[in-house]
Design a protein around this ligand. Structure first.
Ligand code: FDA
Length: 579
């Protein structure tokens, strides 16, 4: 007898676990299978941006994530040096912690960035999913998958026993990572290149507090003279301040596979610590590939891709698990509403329309950020094949007192500033804008700021934008505009003059059989705009409204009152539901 379910989720990484947790929260019958015996067994991805923490806020686990993560204030310094004990070459304040960016980040979201290593993050999402009754089966590998007009048939193998079982689902999601069986078996077309680089992650313990406490950060880039790798001689990724790390090293397989025995790994680490007295303990080592790929479509019939299955790119900009979690936030409510009969199947087509352009932008930005690191090596005067002596001489010269050295230092400063596109790219983190049939255009243009959209986020209530954040007060409680929307349902955000909209919302909700909450925001309103911030952001009058989707994106905007509010609202909600 086949297991019957509404949604089969293949994979329990950041994408699959988030999807499982959301589907369980929304009351959808789903089964999640994962080949691995448990959650991630090493730190892997770790930069967790504001949009992603906002997803965890919607799930009610933001506090838990903060407990396990290193806070934003410890993510300040990006340090380039010859070794921890050696010469510092350059420094950049990152992830919105620098004085000139801090206000942008704080204004844009109630949730600050954090450094949440994947092996700590995943158990927290799993716990949320399990608490809500999600059915997650580890050591259960997808062997084959096929679909017909009515559903998806998957064969899974229990890795402990070898027994096989069939699962029949209405829909399936391949959240099965960069080597996705789902994408391969169903022939999802991928664009891009693979094998752009080979990387070694060495997870280790070494107490480097004395070299880091005065310049706390997430990434320490070691550039040793005579070495021209794009990340230098090794990038130290902080896992736990300042005793636990991942040392990421690039290598060229054409020159032979790296020596993975413990002694040589310790020697590799020691080289860039630069202090023979520091004890190093290796915890684990793994190899991985750098790719630059995105699926042309994230959907084939009843099957969807999410996370690395759909987009594979270098870790630059730290967008891997972030984009994966956000894919799931987009897809979960759509699946839930279609499965419950509240939305038309056409709503599912909007997943590709909305998320594929995001994936495309992310993979391109990540690769460009990698390429944009070359000017640092050039400014240091490092070149392929250069001897270590020549490299050190070039570095000494860089910090000498001469006109030529000053010119080279300017070149280095410009190369370091270019890294803002990797480490302070707020627009990349928050600036997703959706265009699909689930977003009802209102004929207005996106606000033009003249600022670089990769570096700067511009809040807007234009349909297709995520609702802007503003702090509000309810009673004595301080909440965000994000807190009055989301949670698996549509919300009509209104202003003080909202009687007609309230009546329209009640009527439309009853007629369409879909929950539609009303959240009044205004000065002395139910949700009090005590600081007036929302009034400055909302772009609607007191008698206007915003229809906000469960993923907090704006589906429709009515700037002021209209003669037939119920008819207008019904048309908008129906379109947003694909009905
Ligand atoms: P993810 O790969 O996390 O999960 C895939 C899931 O699918 C797993 O649960 C697996 O068991 C399951 N699965 C696969 N095949 C299956 C099958 N046939 N049947 C059932 N289940 C199956 N990123 C970064 O930004 N910085 C970094 O340093 C690193 N380092 C790094 C190291 C290593 C070793 C890896 C593997 C990856 C990284 N990454 C990274 C990438 C980052 O980890 C990645 O972007 C996210 O984990 C993507 O999350 P997903 O949920 O999409 O896939």
């Amino acid at each position: 007898m086949a297991i019957q379910t509404d949604v089969l989720v293949v994979g329990a990484g950041p994408a699959g676990l988030t999807l499982s947790a959301l589907l369980a929260t929304y009351g959808v019958d789903a089964v999640t299978v994962s080949r691995h015996s448990g959650t991630a067994n090493s730190p892997r991805a770790h930069i967790t941006n504001q949009r992603t923490v906002e997803v965890f806020r919607d799930l009610g686990i933001e506090d838990r994530i903060r407990e396990l993560a290193t806070p934003n204030s410890y993510m300040t310094n990006n340090v380039w040096a010859t070794s921890f004990a050696g010469q510092e070459i350059a420094r950049l304040q990152t992830w919105g912690t620098g004085v000139e960016r801090k206000a942008d980040y704080e204004a844009a979201s109630p949730s600050s960035m954090c450094n949440a290593p994947q092996h700590l993050l995943e158990p927290a999402i799993l716990a949320a999913a399990s608490d809500r009754g999600a059915d997650i089966r580890f050591s259960t590998e997808l062997v084959s998958i096929a679909q017909d007009d009515d559903g998806v048939t998957a064969v899974v193998r229990h890795r402990d026993t070898g027994a096989e079982e069939t699962i029949r689902a209405r829909y399936a999601v391949g959240a099965d990572g960069a080597r996705s069986t789902v994408a391969e078996q169903l022939g999802f077309a991928m664009e891009g290149e693979t094998g752009l680089g080979s990387a070694l992650n060495i997870w280790l313990e070494a107490d480097l507090t004395k070299y880091c406490a005065h310049r706390p950060g997430v990434l320490y880039w070691m550039a040793q003279p005579g070495n021209d790798f794009w990340v230098g001689s090794g990038t130290w990724i902080n896992v736990k301040p300042f005793t636990e790390w991942v040392l990421l090293c690039m290598y060229d397989p054409a020159e032979g596979e790296p020596d993975l025995d413990e002694e040589s790994l310790i020697a590799r680490a020691r080289m860039t610590i630069g202090d023979p007295d520091i004890e190093v303990r290796i915890k684990a080592v793994s190899k991985w590939q750098i790719n630059h790929m995105v699926a042309q479509s994230y959907q084939q019939g009843r099957v969807f891709l999410a996370g690395d299955a759909a987009h594979r790119h270098p870790p630059a900009n730290g967008l891997g698990s972030n984009t994966s979690v956000q894919d799931s936030f987009n897809l979960a409510w759509k699946l839930a509403m279609v499965v419950k009969g509240e939305a038309g199947e056409g709503l599912l087509d909007t997943y590709t329309a909305e998320r594929q352009p995001v994936g495309r932008r992310v993979v391109d930005r990540a690769l460009k950020s990698v390429q944009d690191m070359a000017p640092i090596s050039q400014a240091l005067g490092f070149a392929p094949g250069q001897s270590s002596e020549d490299g050190w001489a070039s570095l000494k010269e860089l910090f000498a007192s001469s006109a030529e050295s000053a010119r080279r230092r300017e070149q280095l400063a410009a190369a370091v500033q270019l890294q803002n596109y990797q480490f302070n790219a707020h627009g990349m983190d928050l600036g997703q804008r959706y265009a699909s049939v689930a977003v009802i255009e209102d004929g207005t243009a996106w606000p033009q700021t003249g600022r670089d959209p990769d570096l700067y986020h511009q809040a807007s209530t234009r349909p297709g934008a995520s609702i802007p954040h503003a702090w509000l007060q309810r009673g004595t409680e301080t909440i965000s505009t994000l807190d009055v929307v989301g949670k698996g349902r549509f919300t009509l955000v209104t202003g003080l003059d909202d009687q007609a909209w309230r009546e329209a919302a009640a009527a439309v909700s009853a007629e369409l059989g879909v929950e539609l909450a009303v959240a009044q925001i205004g000065v002395r309103g139910d949700n009090d705009d005590v600081l007036g911030t929302w009034s400055g952001l909302r772009e609607i009058a007191d008698d206007g409204c915003l229809l906000v989707r469960p993923d907090r994106f704006i589906a429709w905007r009515q700037k002021s009152a209209t003669l037939q509010p119920a008819a207008a609202l019904k048309a908008a909600l129906s379109a947003a539901l694909g009905r």
